[in-house]
Design a protein around this ligand. Structure first.
Ligand SMILES: Nc1ncnc2c1ncn2[C@@H]1O[C@H](COP(=O)(O)OP(=O)(O)OP(=O)(O)O)[C@@H](O)[C@H]1O
Ligand SMILES: [Mg+2]
Length: 510
């Protein structure tokens, strides 16, 4: 359903931060009926800066602000506070957050119901496989086929295998991994913990059936994820895939992944992350990004919900369902079709991503993620405007009209939000794109007012008491409008804010 958004709902960012006035979400977005207000009030914890962060020398042309040595003898970062958990995010502060949290409970209930249905399918598969591959000769044939076709990839596609061989492989997997509990619910998948200690990511057949034709959107997404993961050499901070099963007859895909911990979004909301852990996790994600970018993969959906953290404190990047893999046909050739509103880079929002700097879209999203982790609010207010988490275009597999375009109005809102800052300017071509493709209501573009502030001022104001200045300077560089001015993952890893963090990927807990 097309959605409409009142454009008069933005007040200019002021010294008090950015404020929404009666931002009305589109009807297709859950919580749409609610008027939304972002409170800029937050709990300042009075952190101060530790000397070691101030003493680092600048070392890169990409971070010009470092060339200004800080005379901060009075600033001391108190280690105890740096390591103390940040306060939980109070869902009651925002009506839409509260509603989203309630939705989450509903989501888990629904995923639990689907888990029981899937367990029945598993049981049937084991029985049928046992019946159809009875004799040693048939078993031999099946083994040979699996060896030839699946080889070392561990990717089982029902279109490449005989029905019997697919079933045999699938039954072998489900005998080992029974579904035990819900680990997470995504837009396109139910994610379960398995009895064998692994994770099983099962696609959702959204939008199910249209006109009696099964539409494999969820299946497409996990297929893409499997391709990306199969291509990537293993890395300690990147989710590890043990196997993939695509059953086109049942329109379901299933990934078997290594269990990597709890969602960082959830940990941050529950007040289980300290300021120093924020930097460690960002560092770990940068290691993951340096690895995936070097291997021709752009993640395209970096956010706290796609980072999981183990009990030992190691962060792992998950959810490669929107990834762009060099040499593989792009499921989302138009950049507006992927990612999460509020986390997308400006060039992705406007559809002007350049091939040469493609992977830099991940760096902007990481800047948004770092901001959220540091202060518990969304940099671009996505919490409120994107109450539903189904953010990508849900395009029928048969190439028909998209059923739902919930992302469009959110994206226009994000651009409007950014334009309130004094230093975020669109050039003429970008204004044309915005007006022609995003400004459905033909509302005037926002003009920064006399009390408006720059993005950097906003970051200083929101993060200044919570993180050392070097880390804030890294976030500032990640949130640059121009992708060429953002550091690459490799460059960001050399930032002095990480000087206290060892270069290894296995971050220990703090
Ligand atoms: N390897 C893993 N270990 C532990 N938990 C995981 C793992 N992979 C995913 N999860 C959990 O499942 C949740 C959903 O997974 P994922 O993001 O991959 O699904 P999705 O359907 O692609 O999500 P969305 O499109 O909404 O971002 C994650 O937020 C996380 O909590
Ligand atoms: Mg996800």
């Amino acid at each position: 359903m097309a959605a409409c958004v009142s454009a008069t709902n933005l007040a200019a960012p002021s010294a008090g931060g950015v404020r929404w006035r009666h931002a009305t979400c589109p009807a297709s977005v859950s919580n749409a009926h609610k008027a939304i207000r972002v409170s800029t009030a937050f709990n300042v914890r009075g952190f101060r800066l530790r000397n070691e962060f101030c003493a680092r020398a600048p070392n890169s042309e990409y971070f010009p602000s470092w060339t200004q040595p800080r005379a901060t003898t009075a600033d001391h970062w108190i280690s105890a506070e740096d390591d103390a958990p940040l306060p939980p995010i109070d869902a009651t502060e925002s009506a839409s957050s509260a509603a989203e949290w309630a939705d989450r409970e509903e989501d888990v209930k629904a995923a639990t119901t689907r888990m029981r249905q899937r367990l029945l399918v598993f049981r049937n598969a084991v029985k049928t496989a046992a019946r159809s591959v009875k004799s040693p000769q048939l078993q031999e044939e099946v083994h040979l086929e699996l060896e030839n076709i699946v080889a070392g990839s561990n990717v089982h596609d029902s279109r490449d295998l005989s029905e019997r061989s697919f079933l045999y492989a699938f039954a072998g997997m489900v005998k080992q991994h029974s579904l035990e509990s819900v680990a997470g619910v995504g837009s396109f998948s139910d994610v379960y913990r398995s009895s064998a200690g692994g994770i099983m990511k099962c696609s959702l057949p959204f939008p199910g059936c249209m006109g009696g034709v099964p539409i494999g959107d969820g299946l497409e997404v996990v297929t893409l994820e499997a391709r990306a993961l199969a291509q990537l050499p293993q890395h300690p901070n990147v989710t590890r895939m043990e196997g993939a099963y695509f059953d086109h007859r049942r329109n379901e895909g299933m990934l078997v992944l290594e269990e990597a911990g709890e969602s960082l979004q959830v940990l941050r909301e529950q007040g289980l992350v300290s300021p120093s852990q924020v930097r460690r996790h960002v560092h770990a994600v940068l290691q993951a990004l340096a690895h995936v970018h070097q291997n021709g993969v752009t993640h395209r959906d970096i956010k706290a919900g796609n980072i999981v953290v183990s009990d030992a404190g190691k962060a792992t990047l998950v959810d490669f369902g929107s990834a762009r893999v060099q040499g593989v046909v792009d499921l989302y050739p138009h950049s507006r079709e992927y990612g999460t509103p509020g986390y997308q880079a400006p060039e992705a929002l406007l559809g002007t991503v350049q091939e040469d700097h493609y992977s830099q879209v991940d760096m902007f999203s990481l800047g948004c993620t770092a901001f959220f982790l540091a202060c518990g609010q969304e940099f671009l207010g996505a919490y409120e405007m994107n109450a539903n988490r189904a953010t990508r275009t849900r395009r029928p597999a048969d190439g028909g009209e998209a059923e739902e375009k919930a992302h469009e109005p959110s994206q226009a809102l994000v651009v409007r939000w950014l334009m309130q800052y004094t230093d975020f300017e669109l050039d003429d071509d970008e204004i044309d794109i915005f007006n022609e493709e995003m400004n459905a209501n033909n509302e005037p573009l926002p003009i920064p007012g006399s009390d408006s502030i720059s993005i950097n001022e906003h970051l200083d104001e929101m993060l200044g008491e919570r993180q050392p200045p070097e880390f804030i300077s890294l976030i500032k560089s990640l949130l640059k409008k121009n992708p060429c001015e953002r550091p690459t993952a490799v460059q960001a890893l050399a930032h002095p804010c990480f000087s206290g963090i060892s270069g290894v990927s296995q971050n220990s807990g703090v």
